[in-house]
Design a protein around this ligand. Structure first.
Ligand code: FES
Length: 290
């Protein structure tokens, strides 16, 4: 099976997030919003999980939107249309639950908007009222403005520095939307779905907790096999150990132990940074693993 890149497109001025549409008919046939795939760029390459940002069952393609963050994702950004990706495994994880929902607020932080987009799209297609809040540091990294507007009944984009949309954080915007529902006598959100940096999701959970609004987050911890075998993606939820790859990636935000999650992520980030700096003297600088 070969996975050919059919479309490549940078999504923002800063060229920090890139969309890839990839031929993968078997994955496209089964993919659902909220699931993810794991790719490898070559036989010895590290395995990198990325969320499914879209799929076309007729064309047999899946779309991913990837932020250049580590060594492999930076390498992926150099892949061009027509190039082949060695391996893609998926779809993995559970699809986002939408049954019975009527009014939802979807919150994306940075590249989290790329993951939140197919969820908002599917909800919109099912007739669920969608308010979308997208948060970015600044105007040059804002993505998917038109796409998000097309699948939302209300779209709020905020930037930390106020260079685009509303100045402020997603937490402020979510609080304002919840308060507006109360003040205007409108039905409250029956769910908030948040995807973005762990720290953002932690504080969003505290915004919704006093109102009793069920809040689901999509986690993106370190993953290796993606099948529940290695334990790399473990997370504490409601006092129990869960594996994001098979039990998630969606979890109840009010039950997630964010402090242990953030601590583990920081540990692996330090390890990854050290691995990226390492130059192997056995291979003359060529990495053989990861
Ligand atoms: S990635 Fe190995 S258990 Fe989830």
């Amino acid at each position: 099976m070969s996975y050919r890149v059919v479309t490549k497109r940078f999504l923002n001025e800063a060229k920090s997030i890139c969309l890839f549409e990839i031929e993968a008919p078997l994955i496209a046939r089964h993919a659902m919003a909220g699931q993810f795939v794991i790719f490898r760029l070559d036989e010895q390459g590290e395995r990198v999980p990325v969320s499914v940002a879209g799929y076309d069952r007729d064309k047999g393609t899946v779309t991913v939107m990837v932020q250049a963050a580590g060594r492999t994702t930076k390498m992926l950004h150099t892949v061009e249309e027509g190039d082949i990706i060695t391996d893609i495994v998926g779809p993995l994880g559970r699809a986002t639950e939408m049954d019975g929902l009527k009014k939802v607020c979807v919150v994306g932080g940075g590249v989290g908007c790329a993951i939140a987009y197919p969820i908002a799209k599917e909800m919109h297609e099912k007739g669920i009222e969608v308010t979308f809040i997208g948060g970015f540091r600044s105007a040059d990294i804002v993505i998917l403005k038109e796409e998000l507007a097309a699948v939302s009944d209300k779209l709020v984009i905020c930037t930390d520095d106020g260079t685009y949309g509303v100045k402020g954080f997603t937490t402020n915007a979510l609080q304002a939307e919840i308060e507006a529902n109360i003040a205007e006598g409108k039905p409250q959100f029956d769910r908030v779905i948040a995807i973005g940096p762990d720290i953002m999701m932690k504080f969003l959970a505290e915004v919704t907790r006093p109102y009793g609004i069920k809040t689901i987050i999509s986690l993106d911890p370190i993953m290796v096999d993606g099948t529940g075998m290695c334990g790399g993606c473990r997370v504490i939820v409601g006092g129990e150990t869960k594996f994001a790859c098979v039990d998630g990636p969606d979890f109840d935000a009010h039950l997630v132990d964010f402090d242990s999650l953030i601590k583990r992520a920081a540990f692996y980030k330090d390890e990854q940074d050290a691995a990226d700096r390492h130059i192997c003297r056995m291979t003359g600088g060529k990495r053989v693993n990861g």
